[in-house]
Design a protein around this ligand. Structure first.
Ligand code: GAR
Length: 207
């Protein structure tokens, strides 16, 4: 097998998508390995999960920096020091500036719990239900400067049931996220997904 891509995961909280990526990386044939987990919040539960899995963790608290650029300079330095090839944002709740996003262009992934470009931002499931949507889902995409936007790598759809509360829908979508993110990272890390004209072209479909 060619060398596994080195992944840095950015989290802000629970880290269940990070856990799904950690699980996927345990398979020797998986084309990526998680080298570092960085949280902008010291209380993020995902930090303990990563540490128990034997992965290096860092807290880079955005509140301790005078500007977004100063915060991102340290974030960038930590990722580069760890020789990270690909960044996976997994519930990382900070907007990143153009400078950072461009520096990691087509090497930075994000997951969002809707079928983008619909329902960007927070309170996704509440808004999906209020809009009377019959289908929702999740998206993994390459990161661009605009929030929850960028070339779509993979999506999964989930039916919205008439009796769904936002929590019910969130739980079913989250289950789909945990399958989708490892598939999407596999596509990118193996080199079988590439960006052409802001669309992602796949050499082969996800497993
Ligand atoms: C996930 O549902 C993820 O899609 C969402 O935050 C949650 C993080 O959960 N991300 C966004 O809304 C990004 N705009 P996790 O910490 O358990 O992975």
């Amino acid at each position: 097998m060619t060398e596994r891509k080195r992944v840095g995961v950015l989290i802000s909280g629970r880290g269940s998508n990070m856990s799904a990526l950690i699980e996927a990386c345990k398979k020797p044939s998986y084309p990526a390995e998680i080298i570092l987990v960085i949280s902008n919040r010291s209380e993020a539960a995902g930090l303990d999960i990563a540490a128990v899995a034997g992965i290096a963790t860092r807290v880079i608290d955005h509140r301790k920096y005078p500007s977004r650029e100063a915060f991102e300079a340290d974030l960038d330095a930590a990722l580069r020091a760890a020789k990270v090839d690909i960044i996976c944002m997994a519930g990382f709740m900070r907007l990143l500036t153009k400078g950072f996003v461009e520096a990691w262009r087509d090497r930075q992934l994000n997951i969002h719990p809707s079928l983008l470009p619909a329902f960007k931002g927070l309170d996704t499931h509440e808004r999906v239900i209020a809009a009377g949507m019959k289908i929702s889902g999740c998206t993994v995409h390459f990161v661009r400067t605009e929030m929850d936007a960028g070339p779509i790598i993979a999506q999964a759809k989930i039916p919205v049931l008439p009796e769904d509360s936002p929590g019910d829908l969130a739980a079913r979508v989250l289950e789909a996220e945990h399958k989708l993110y490892p598939q999407a990272l596999k596509l990118v890390a193996s080199g079988s997904a590439r960006v052409e004209g802001e669309r992602v072209i796949h050499d082969r479909s996800p497993d």
